[in-house]
Design a protein around this ligand. Structure first.
Ligand code: HEC
Ligand code: HEC
Ligand code: HEC
Ligand code: HEC
Ligand code: HEC
Length: 410
């Protein structure tokens, strides 16, 4: 009897061992390595070894195993055309050698994992899914806070930062302490757990970049709010989002998304961070009005009042036609001093057109002493000049920037 039991155990153990070996050989990565080695000549195979490949990046607190499958990423002479056997495009691995930088510091994903879905972080619990294609540019900012030397290598990121300034996002949002607090602080937008976002109206893949990009193109589709008639009696009406619908094209929405994803509270060791170069010289302006236009842009007045103050954004239930007012008529009823006072004090809440309905969501923020005196003087000159042609000496500067979408009254 004992013998029989012993025999049975031995058989079971042998079978289990066999299954383990078989499973191991069926792991995804072994399949890729086998396929890759088959593609090589005997000479090319010289010096290459199989098995799990990893780089331990103590400073970055990461262990990356991506090259277990991406076997030829730094070997262009051996690379094949298909993934995961391609060589890295461009020359970035020369300035960022894998043994010092790994892959996940730029691409995200899950360094330790060895099957494709998990490694690419395209699984529910992982918050940093693989950054594919141009979305990788969102990682450059954490080490290259000064983008000027690498601008041509991160064109979408640069475009996103420029658009953020031109469109006056800072009138409603703040990033690292600069900007108004009318809406969400965006300083850590790039690490917002996407599970916290409402994905009901997002189409395609469920992740942060999809939500952000679709929200830029059609904010009122992604965050629609609810109309009064959909609510039980007595419940307060929620307006659709007052995030402006800018009419962005695909590239502009993608560029802003790359910038948003780059906003993280991540502290890397100093040896990985590129120190900023000397600041650009202060721009010179032909007139106080020109200077004032730059102040208007810097503080994000356009976010609510539109480019060049020509027309307001939608503002549900505001007494002035459901909109933030245009600033062109302002010169008719404000002088310099009263205008300054108004900008410093703001107006909150804005009077309602229908007193039965809630307060309009947008208000004129109180700028207090955030705008330094000299810039306030220039700003006021500019606002009082609106609707008049700018001084003839600077015709080109009076055009809206070419990259900015047409001003909408939405
Ligand atoms: C188990 C094997 C495996 C591992 C490990 C792996 N990958 Fe991949 N990778 C693949 C395969 C297969 C593809 C092609 C299919 C796809 O795009 O999902 C690919 C594609 C990619 C692409 C190209 C995407 C595109 O859209 O063209 C990138 C970038 C990438 N991987 C980065 C990484 C990074 C970074 C890691 C480490 C965190 C990693 N991979 C780990 C197998 C792997
Ligand atoms: C310095 C940042 C950086 C590092 C480090 C880096 N990459 Fe990339 N990677 C990029 C950029 C930028 C692109 C080009 C994306 C584009 O515009 O198409 C890219 C492209 C790729 C592609 C081509 C497919 C695609 O998405 O365009 C693959 C595959 C890839 N990287 C894998 C890796 C692997 C594996 C490692 C680690 C050995 C790695 N990368 C390290 C920045 C980096
Ligand atoms: C983890 C930090 C880190 C990330 C992320 C990173 N870089 Fe770098 N990068 C560096 C460091 C450090 C150097 C200098 C390398 C050396 O020691 O020579 C460098 C060098 C470069 C260079 C060579 C020119 C120069 O300024 O020395 C280029 C170009 C560059 N990076 C572009 C990029 C781009 C584009 C991205 C995003 C896709 C990126 N880097 C992401 C840290 C980083
Ligand atoms: C008139 C005020 C206003 C302006 C200007 C504005 N936003 Fe918003 N934004 C909002 C409001 C309100 C929300 C929250 C409701 C929602 O999600 O739609 C929001 C939400 C967001 C979110 C999602 C934040 C989160 O954590 O849910 C991002 C990202 C964002 N805005 C970026 C931008 C960018 C970039 C610009 C400039 C192109 C901009 N916003 C201009 C009002 C504004
Ligand atoms: C968050 C949105 C928002 C931002 C940003 C904003 N405003 Fe306003 N502003 C408003 C609203 C709403 C009103 C209308 C108040 C009312 O109805 O009385 C207004 C009114 C004004 C008025 C008075 C218009 C009139 O016809 O009485 C001036 C002038 C003005 N804003 C200037 C500015 C300047 C300059 C900036 C930038 C420093 C700025 N605003 C930024 C929302 C904004």
């Amino acid at each position: 009897m004992k013998r029989l039991l012993f025999l049975a155990f031995t058989v079971i153990l042998t079978v289990l061992f066999g299954v383990a070996v078989w499973q191991d050989s069926m792991r995804e990565w072994t399949g890729y390595q086998r396929k890759f080695f088959h593609s090589l000549t005997r000479a090319e195979r010289q010096g290459l070894t199989g098995g799990i490949k990893q780089v331990i990046l103590t400073d970055l607190r990461r262990v990356d195993r991506c090259t277990t499958c991406h076997v030829a990423i730094d070997k262009p002479q051996l690379a094949l055309a298909e993934e995961p056997f391609t060589a890295h495009p461009g020359t970035l691995l020369e300035s960022h050698p894998p043994e010092r930088f790994g892959c996940t510091v730029c691409h995200g994903g899950q360094g330790l994992a060895t099957d494709t879905k998990a490694a690419h972080g395209e699984v529910k619990h992982w918050e940093q899914p693989l950054l594919r294609g141009p979305l990788v540019q969102s990682s450059c900012y954490k080490c290259h806070g000064d983008l000027r030397p690498i601008e041509s290598r991160a064109p979408l990121l640069s475009q996103g930062i420029t658009l953020y300034k031109q469109l006056g996002c800072a009138g409603c949002h703040s990033v690292h302490g600069f900007g108004q607090s009318v809406s969400v602080d965006l300083s850590e937008m790039g690490e917002k757990p996407w599970q916290l976002l409402d994905l009901t109206f997002v189409t395609g893949e469920e992740n942060l970049s999809q939500w952000v990009e679709q929200h830029f193109k059609e904010p009122r589709r992604v965050t629609p709010g609810f109309r009064a008639h959909e609510l039980p009696p007595g419940e307060e009406e929620i307006f659709p989002t007052f995030m402006p619908q800018y009419g962005l094209n695909d590239e502009q929405a993608r560029a802003l998304t790359v910038y948003m994803l780059s906003l993280k509270d991540e502290h890397l060791p100093a040896s990985y961070v590129r120190p900023p170069g000397p600041p650009d010289p202060e721009p010179t302006y032909a007139s106080p009005i020109e200077a004032g236009r730059a102040v208007f842009q810097k503080f994000g007045c356009a976010g609510c009042h539109g480019l060049d103050g020509i027309g307001g954004r939608r503002n549900w239930n505001a007494w002035l036609g459901d909109e933030v007012p245009s600033l062109i008529p302002v010169k008719q009823y404000y002088d310099r001093e009263t205008l300054k006072e108004f900008i410093r004090h703001g107006r909150q809440p804005v009077p309602r057109s229908n007193p039965q309905r809630p307060n309009p969501p947008l208000y004129m923020p109180a700028w207090k002493d955030r705008i330094p005196d000299k810039q306030m003087d220039q700003l006021v000159e500019y606002v009082l000049s609106l609707g008049e042609p700018l001084p003839a000496s600077q015709p080109s500067a009076s055009q809206p920037p070419a990259a900015a979408p047409a001003a909408t009254t939405q």
